[in-house]
Design a protein around this ligand. Structure first.
Ligand SMILES: [Zn+2]
Length: 356
């Protein structure tokens, strides 16, 4: 009898080689975990928290304060996505309501880019934002991907014409936040191999697959700007948009002492690689800022605390409604000294730099 013939009749071989094709729709498949493991709700964080990355234009200060008080958030940073007078109004609305509980970031305003004096105009706008209490300025992923100069050419992140703006930020003692590019899966086809398939199916416009500028090139342009302006403090949002590759983020932090990263919206990434994430957070505790980038809600904050403080296993990550991918996360039980820095002290250093 040949080996194949023998295998065909064997119950064990049959059992371990069985496969099935199923026609359950992916959207209908919502398995429940049957794991019985320890589970903790962290109602209050170990130390007061500063959420360094949020967007509050659509929120009311009173609603925010209720959430903040319920779950130990000392301060919320409102990165306004508005520009011009509307930005000033959004900033003022929160500062008037509770100056100690809110801080603000401006949003790079590309209107008028066709003007010959655009850089001077932008520097004046930056000054005005800071006069109104802004503690930073955010450059979004549109820079590098869609913003075009007067000639119609894509504006590179490392275009030398922008250099005076980054120097101006140093002079005003405010950090520049970069959200450059997006997760790796957003640059690959939306197909059966894409680990964020359902999220991209819900938001096909989030995909940059086929973009003329590859992700690696966008990150290179950004990293060059960080190197060229050592006196400017940079915050690379969402773990420098490289949370799938923390060794790259580590190298970046090693090469640029003027760089910080925030963990906003990247708990799903960190929590699925808990050993690597924990080592990374311990080593770079002085350079990592807590942020959420999700609508402030009590349960959302408590999931962040559970991830950072406990060793709970296999639980749901905080996320927007379409989720990021079909996996769960593991807590990384950070020690007190690291929690204190990440939750609060690193952010305080940034916010106090403007000494306002
Ligand atoms: Zn954001």
């Amino acid at each position: 009898m040949s080996r194949e013939e023998a295998n065909k009749d064997d119950k064990f071989v049959a059992m371990v080689s069985a496969k099935a094709e199923v026609d359950l729709r992916l959207s209908d498949y919502t398995p429940r975990s049957e794991l019985k493991v320890a589970s903790h709700t962290i109602e209050q964080p170990r130390f007061p928290v500063i959420d360094y990355h949020n967007h509050l234009d659509a929120q009311s200060p009173q609603d925010m304060l209720r959430v903040m008080d319920a779950c130990g958030v000392e301060k919320l940073v409102n990165i306004t996505m508005k520009t011009g007078q509307a930005a000033i109004e959004s900033i003022d609305r929160f500062h008037r309501a509770a100056p100690d509980r809110f801080a603000s970031f401006g949003w790079m305003d590309w209107s008028g880019i066709e003007r010959a004096d655009f850089i001077q105009l932008s520097m004046d706008r930056l000054e005005r934002l800071v006069e109104h209490g802004a503690c930073g300025i955010k450059f979004w992923k549109d820079l590098g991907l869609t913003v075009r100069d007067a000639s119609g050419a894509l504006l590179r992140i490392d275009d030398q014409r922008l250099a005076p703006l980054f120097d101006k930020a140093a002079e005003l003692k405010i950090p520049v936040m970069f959200h450059t590019a997006d997760p790796d899966a957003f640059f690959t086809p939306i197909d059966r191999l894409n680990e964020r398939y359902e999220e991209l199916a819900a938001h096909p416009d989030w995909s940059f697959y086929g973009s003329p500028v590859p992700k690696a090139s966008l990150l290179e342009q950004r990293d060059r700007v960080i190197a060229w302006h050592p006196k400017t403090t940079f915050v690379a949002a969402h773990l420098a948009e490289s949370s799938e590759n923390l060794s790259y983020v580590a190298k970046l932090l090693d090469s640029h002492p003027n760089l910080y990263v925030d963990i906003s919206a990247r708990t799903p990434e960190l929590g699925r690689q808990p050993y690597t994430a924990r080592k990374f957070m311990l080593k770079y505790a002085d350079r990592i800022l807590f942020g959420t980038d999700l609508i402030p809600e009590v349960e959302m904050y408590r999931l962040y605390y559970r991830f950072l403080e406990t060793d709970d296993e296999y639980f749901e990550y905080p996320s927007h409604a379409s989720r990021q991918g079909r996996w769960n996360i593991y807590g990384i039980f950070l020690p007190e000294d690291v929690l204190r820095k990440v939750y609060r002290e690193n952010a305080l250093k940034q916010l106090n730099a403007t000494s306002r």
